[in-house]
Ligand binder design. Sequence first.
Ligand code: COA
Length: 259
Amino acid sequence: MNYNNILTEKVDGIFTITINRPDKLNALNYETIQEIGMAVRFANDDDDVRGILLTGSGEKAFAAGADISEFAAFSRDEAEKLSRDGNRVFTSIEHSKKPVVAAINGFALGGGCELAMSCQIRVASETARFGQPEVNLGLTPGYAGTQRLVQLVGKGKALEFLMTADMIPAAEAHRLGLVNHVVPQAELIAKAKEILTKIGTKAPLAIAAVIRCVNSHFAFDEDGFETEIREFAGCFQSEDFKEGTQAFLEKRKANFKGA
Ligand code: COA
């Protein structure tokens, strides 16, 4: 697949997507977001892929937000389409059946912070900085920042973060629960790969089911407890469940096939 704004590579079952607009601090224009969506879909359909790593090129930015130059003259209808189509992609990442780990290598502002929040796990470099500066532009976030931030850090901290537009360092983001790990920049990709490699040794159908169960907690039309009961029971039909239990009883390492 040829893309204009992202780079992709597949190594040892890890599919890496790199946002590649470093001269614009990897700002997310419409096409970039759609390409990320396509790449995530492609990775989900590839049986050789166990996990997805999402990062930005260069050492300065993961993504410094939506591309302000693109939407500066938008009408209300154009803005709604931008937000709706972007939301669709971010939600598809949140519901990816394979884990997506964001390796945040610098600024994660506005849409960049929202993109990171749509991933299942976030690893930040010590130099990363986070913010939702939309109110500085006379805007609210448009890619579900108001929703996912509340889920990750709670209502009080989310409101302060969203209304002050403060830019916070990685250590503070870690303290708030916005990121899972903070590591030196040089170790960022290795740490993200380490997490994906570990998850990659588990049963893929069970991993997909865990993602569905956790997302179900936040779906207003679903009962997460019921989802978990259904997913738990569903696992019993899988070959991997037989392999996992058999391997335990035979005191050996399980060899999961994703079936
Ligand atoms: N949209 C479009 N272009 C952006 C951008 C964005 N969100 N963020 C950075 N850029 C561009 C700059 O316009 C500049 O382009 P130019 O060289 O053609 O002028 C280039 O990226 C480098 O950015 P610059 O501002 O010169 O870097 P800096 O180190 O001085 O400042 C930031 C870094 C992140 C503080 C600053 O770029 C910034 O505030 N960006 C906007 C953040 C934002 O509001 N995001 C939310 C959008 S809804």
